[in-house]
Design a protein around this ligand. Structure first.
Ligand SMILES: [Zn+2]
Ligand SMILES: [Zn+2]
Length: 119
């Protein structure tokens, strides 16, 4: 079994979660299918997501793509100052003095994430 597209990958993930809902007996055809699917999924993900899932630095959701935050805050300039972690005054993400502002998802970059104003 080989997964070669995003659609097949999604279908495989769905099938795995369906199979996991069943009580599978060892050696049953479904258990074997689950093994094969898991293997195919990890092979696909090794190729297409070699770094593991990307996580937005602000809402912590897994996303396909990250963007520069567009904030005016430059926590890396605060290197050596005893500030540690603080909330970015622009977007509210937790940032670390001395480290670059984390990248964020498209919705956070565009300030369209639900809950953006709830801080
Ligand atoms: Zn986000
Ligand atoms: Zn920010």
């Amino acid at each position: 079994m080989k997964i070669s597209s995003k659609e097949e990958h999604e279908a495989a993930l769905k099938r795995v979660s369906d199979l996991l809902d069943l009580e599978l007996r060892n050696g049953s055809p479904e258990a074997e299918e689950l093994d094969l699917l898991s293997l195919a999924i990890s092979e696909y993900e090794d190729i297409h997501f070699p770094m593991g899932p990307l996580v937005c630095g602000r809402c912590y959701e897994e996303v396909d793509q990250l963007f520069d935050s567009g904030c005016n805050e430059n926590p890396e300039d605060l290197k050596g100052q005893p500030i540690g972690q603080y909330h970015c005054p622009d977007c509210g993400a937790m940032v670390l003095a001395g480290a670059p502002h984390p990248q964020v998802c498209e919705r956070c970059r565009d300030r369209k994430h639900p809950g953006f104003d709830e801080r």
